[in-house]
Write a protein that binds this ligand. Structure first.
Ligand code: DGL
Length: 264
């Protein structure tokens, strides 16, 4: 029965587990399969064609697992590949994009910072979203060069990380942003550090909960919600370092899951 099939989720690496966590919280009886494509991270530096090819590879792998819906838990893959994925495959895709809209609605200073990868900030989809919602505000875009790499190496609390974040936040703070949009699913793991570096008047926005809500809505509309009343089963696969994936997930979830290496 299609309802019992898993929700497939992929990211360029371990960052998408921040979205996986929101999905398992919002939909506790759904089964999930998560792919961390860490071997090919970071996507943010790659060409649109490469990002598309990797997104297709990950999608095909999730389809081998019979997933009923795919969540592209990566801003860089969404902004560069989701249109093609949606027109190629016959299942629903949920994507994630920098949450400019709520920031643009609520900003008082009319200055909003967006921290994201080069691939996301240079994509057509990001430009379209920005044009749509951020006409009357100033968006200060900063490429988070090196952040994904450090997270993938398990170096969230390193001095290199602090130095990089300090250099990326300085121009935004100087321009009086009151919202910081995290445009990469790796970055929610940096929120505790970002909060210490920013004043309370800067609100940090990430899209995790919104993606989980949207996933639930699309499963409901398509009548493919899992009717099970018992907790779902969760498999997380990585083609990179298993320990790094294990370490990031274990501090971040209350659900039972298994982590395994996989060549894909
Ligand atoms: N988690 C990915 C994103 O949301 C990271 C991209 C990368 O690998 O550079 O954009």
């Amino acid at each position: 029965m299609v309802q019992n099939q898993a929700i497939g989720i992929f990211d360029s690496g371990i960052g998408g587990t921040s979205i996986w966590k929101e999905i398992t919280t919002a939909l506790p009886n759904e089964n999930t399969i998560f792919l961390a494509d860490s071997k090919y991270a970071p996507y943010g530096k790659r060409s649109k064609e490469e990002i598309l090819a990797l997104s297709i590879k990950n999608t095909e792998k999730l389809l081998e697992f019979n997933c009923k819906i795919i969540v592209v838990a990566c801003n860089t893959a969404t902004t560069n590949a989701i249109k093609v994925l949606r027109s190629t495959y016959d299942i629903p895709f949920i994507g994630i994009e920098p949450a400019i809209k709520p920031a643009a609605i609520h900003t008082q200073t009319k200055k909003v910072g967006v921290l994201a990868t080069k691939g996301t900030l240079s994509s057509e989809l990001f430009a379209e979203t920005s044009d749509l919602y951020a006409q009357n505000i100033e968006v200060i875009e900063v490429i988070g060069t090196g952040l994904v790499e450090l997270i993938e190496e398990g170096k969230i609390h390193s001095s290199e990380m602090h130095e990089l974040l300090h250099s990326y936040l300085t121009p935004m703070v100087a321009q009086h942003i009151d919202h910081l949009v995290l445009g990469c699913t790796h970055y929610p793991y940096l929120i505790p550090i970002l909060k210490k570096m920013l004043s309370n008047s800067v609100k940090i926005i990430d899209s995790g909960e919104a993606v989980a809500r949207q996933t639930k809505a699309i499963l409901t509309t398509n009548k493919i919600l899992n009717p099970s009343t018992t907790p779902g089963k969760h498999m997380l696969y990585t083609n990179g370092d298993i320990q790094v994936l294990q370490d990031i997930v274990k501090t971040n979830t209350a659900v039972t899951y298994a982590v395994e290496g996989l060549d894909f």
